[in-house]
Design a protein around this ligand. Structure first.
Ligand code: WTA
Length: 657
């Protein structure tokens, strides 16, 4: 959490950016939305749900009698794939481009809604032939290519449940997720293009499935993307293209109950084991579509929308695979990294496709700020008319730079706060309605009820900071943690009975607008990706060198937070005075292997002791002080109050990597 000083500075922000009259006139969102939602919240959500196609209409909006397990629209039936594809083709929009794909090497492909539907139907038939039925779990481990989105839609078309695992995760992380969900099928690719070369994916799948580690898996479907050499198991592996080529393109979608499971997405929590966040069908799609349309001001026949998130994260689910397609949007997807072949790549894509709505993360914006505007000014970005931000707090400086350098100086910015668990955007300005303040996510969206409270759960009121809670159920809320209802209740609903606790700190300014202040628990946010301190600590102690480890998220100018580890080495393995640089490199590589490169500590400090309370709990707060290079806070609850002096002097003497 930011220090009190910083909060005070933020709240002196006096700049206001009201929407232009021209923007407001054409805006999807109108001020009455707030009134409508306030006067009858459930009727408001029912109206949003009725913008979708229901195979069987619902008559009940919400059942909260078994809180915190919500049921939304529970007697209705719908099909997510039908809503995202068939519906648009049937209403005459079949020739509209759904996806412009830009591969990293420069290959491109466009799919109209009609073409995408054909592919999804074929893929659904392939999956059905492989025995995938409603309720079965399918793991997807793919680069960001059209087949990934086709695979997701094919799975949900059958009422099966996907678990997309980010391609940057290691074989071990993949195996753990496959096991937890009991996936029957894995869909992957030989590789994807990253930083100018093929980055293999299939070997990680082979390794995850080796030694009978994942007995639930019957088949692996493999998309040929890079043509890199891969191992092949004839009993298990099938080429995607061969299967699709021989599949029928006829497939009638069927409705599934609104509370039918839709997908599981694993995210880091405060313990070592990732949580399988479960989302269901009707409520999820309702809120993903409503927020996408209103927050991004989508005019589906005119706009070209681009969200840079990978499908391995929730943003790639709600604002690439589902929300935009439910709304019939035309969108761009890009396979590779922003610096290939050079840092102009994103801006050349915006120029080329005339992207009008752009959604990315503050960490990317800050990286470009460092590079300077000259490189960006070479491109024509005049098509942009709305900019979005997600994943972490956006500092006012980056907000202004985004608006002026990427936008035209008048382009509205929507800073959207939400989580894997909330399924869709919860806090954001409404473009055309809200006078935005740089750095503030402003207000809960119409239909969403929140309160900032103190430790006792009392509302703090304007001008004060506290913890962010959600006071009423919302349609796209998580329905649980896969296989662990107790953990669901304990994690989100026990701290403040009757309310959802988000794990974020927030402050209300004098006008009642919200400023998000980051996580207050042991979850870090590195480049907008959630990592758990405990998960990285377990990875570190699984290495023979390490006796004990403590990990903290330290402030980082570009990535928001960075992983900083403090380790105690086993004397028998490495001499404490040995080559620390080598040790540190080896440990970083070990974490990359165990979890994935995104979890690699930026810095590893070798220390002799860790600060612990009398009950043995590591006081990460004190380590964060050291990692962020400021005076160490109150040490009186430490079992040994001199420990921090030793650590600080060791760190100061350069005991880092
Ligand atoms: C943080 C990403 C400030 C927050 C969609 C939250 C933000 C966590 C914002 C969820 C924002 C997300 N301003 N902080 N606009 N958006 N966060 O599950 O700490 O990957 O709890 O979902 O990201 O991360 P997740």
């Amino acid at each position: 959490m930011s220090s009190e000083n910083e909060i005070a500075n933020l709240l002196h922000e006096s700049r206001r950016f009201p929407p232009s009259a021209e923007f407001s006139k054409q805006a999807v969102a109108q001020p009455e939305l707030y009134e409508k939602a306030k006067s009858d919240r459930l009727a408001f959500w029912a109206a949003q749900a009725n913008n979708l196609h229901w195979h069987k209409p619902f008559t009940k909006t919400l059942d909260w009698s078994e809180a915190p397990f919500a049921k939304w629209f529970e007697d209705g039936e719908l099909n997510v794939s039908y809503n995202c594809l068939d519906r648009h083709v049937e209403s005459g929009a079949g020739d509209r481009v759904a996806l412009f794909f830009e591969g990293e090497p420069g290959d491109t492909k466009a799919f109209t809604y009609k073409e995408l539907l054909q592919e999804v139907k074929k893929a659904a038939n392939v999956l059905a032939n492989l025995g995938i039925q409603s309720g079965d779990r399918v793991a997807i481990y793919m680069p960001l290519i059209p087949e990934a989105i086709i695979a997701m839609h094919a799975v949900v078309r059958l009422g099966a449940v996907h678990s997309v695992v980010f391609g940057g995760f290691s074989a071990d992380s993949l195996a753990a997720r496959i096991q937890d969900a009991g996936a029957k099928l894995v869909i992957t690719a030989d590789g994807g293009f990253r930083k100018g070369k093929a980055s293999a994916l299939k070997p990680a799948v082979d390794s995850a499935l080796s030694d009978e580690k994942c007995p639930s898996v019957e088949h692996v479907l493999v998309v040929k993307r890079c043509g890199n050499e891969i191992d092949w198991d004839d009993n298990r592996d099938l080429w995607w293209h061969e299967q699709l080529d021989s599949a029928s393109s006829e497939h009638q979608s069927q409705g599934f109950n609104a509370e039918h499971p839709l997908f599981i997405l694993y995210t880091s929590g405060t313990t070592g084991k990732p949580k399988g966040i479960l989302h269901t069908t009707g409520g999820y799609l309702t809120q993903a579509a409503y927020t996408h349309k209103n927050v991004f001001d989508l005019h589906e026949t005119k706009d070209v929308y681009w969200c840079t998130a990978d499908i391995g994260w929730i943003t790639g689910h709600s604002y690439v695979a589902y929300g935009p397609m439910a709304n019939g949007a035309t969108q761009v997807i890009y396979e590779g990294t922003p610096d290939t072949p050079d840092w102009g790549r994103w801006w050349s894509i915006i120029e080329k496709y005339k992207v009008s709505i752009f959604y990315t993360a503050p960490t990317a914006i800050r990286s470009f700020m460092k590079l300077g505007r000259e490189m960006i000014n070479k491109f024509d970005l005049s098509s942009l008319r709305l900019l979005g931000s997600v994943g972490e707090p956006i500092n006012p400086e980056a907000w202004m730079w985004y608006r002026e350098v990427i936008g035209s100086g008048t382009t509205p910015i929507v800073d959207t706060w939400w989580q894997t668990e909330t399924g869709a955007i919860m806090i954001s300005p409404l473009p055309g309605v809200t006078a935005a303040k740089p750095g503030s996510a402003m207000l809960p969206l119409p239909g969403v009820s929140m309160e900032v409270v103190d430790d006792e759960g009392n509302a703090v009121g304007n001008g004060h900071g506290g913890l962010l809670t959600i006071t009423e159920p919302w349609p796209s809320m998580l329905r649980g943690i896969w296989g662990d209802p107790e953990r669901f209740k304990e994690t989100y609903w026990s701290r403040f009975p009757g309310r959802y606790f988000a794990g974020d700190g927030a402050k209300l300014d004098e006008d009642g607008d919200l400023w998000l202040l980051g996580r207050v628990d042991d979850v870090m946010n590195v480049s907008g990706h959630r990592l758990s301190t405990t998960e990285i600590e377990s990875a570190l102690v699984s290495h023979p060198y390490v006796a004990e480890a403590a990990v903290v998220g330290a402030k980082d100018e570009t990535t928001g937070q960075a992983v900083v580890a403090f380790v105690i080495l086993r004397a028998s393995q490495v001499s404490q005075t040995g080559d620390e640089e080598k040790v540190s490199k080896e440990l970083r590589d070990h974490v990359a292997k165990e979890i994935g490169p995104i979890a690699k500590p930026r810095t590893i400090f070798v220390v002799a002791e860790l600060p612990k309370t009398r009950s043995g709990k590591i006081m990460r707060r004190l380590l964060r002080d050291v990692a962020e290079d400021r005076p160490v806070g109150d040490v009186t609850t430490l079992a040994d109050t001199t420990v921090m002096d030793t650590i600080s002097s060791r760190v100061a003497s350069g005991a880092s990597d």
